[in-house]
Design a protein. Structure first.
Length: 146
């Protein structure tokens, strides 16, 4: 594991632990912050060597779906998961109705958006990356990581 990968994974893990503590012990006091922490944690883990395994598993499932239903349909199935996760995030955050479905969508959206082809996938991944970058920098700065 490279030092950069370790820092990314460490910040991601800190974000996930903080989100878990706020959600359980803090009784979801700041639900939008919890979602941002889960997104940052997921992106941090995806950016680590463990994330490489996760991305390979998603690629394998994409190829498996493509083999079973045809190449185009396989891309549609895996891309649809990413779009649904992003939609759930947007709607639940807009209406401030964060629940377990929202947190699950925040956890899988960074990985799933990488399988959405074209401009939509690029924009979705960029938005999630920007959220994760802002939260990750704040958490890293709090622990003295620059």
């Amino acid at each position: 594991m490279t030092p950069t990968g370790g820092v990314t994974a460490a910040v991601g893990l800190v974000c996930l632990v903080a989100a878990c503590l706020i959600w359980t012990v803090g009784r979801g006091h700041t639900p939008r912050l919890v979602v941002a922490l889960v997104i940052a944690g997921s992106v941090g883990i995806v950016g680590s060597p463990l994330g490489g395994w996760i991305r390979r598993a998603v690629l394998y499932l994409d190829q498996l779906a493509g083999t079973a239903t045809g190449r185009l349909t396989g891309v549609v199935v895996t891309g649809l998961i990413g779009l649904i996760a992003l939609y759930v995030l947007a709607v639940h955050l807009w209406h401030n109705s964060v629940d377990i479905k929202t947190l699950a969508a925040a956890l899988i959206a960074p990985v799933a958006m990488t399988s959405v082809p074209g401009v939509v996938g690029t924009v979705g991944a960029s938005v999630l990356g920007a959220i994760a970058s802002a939260v990750g920098m704040a958490v890293g700065a709090a622990f003295g990581i620059h």
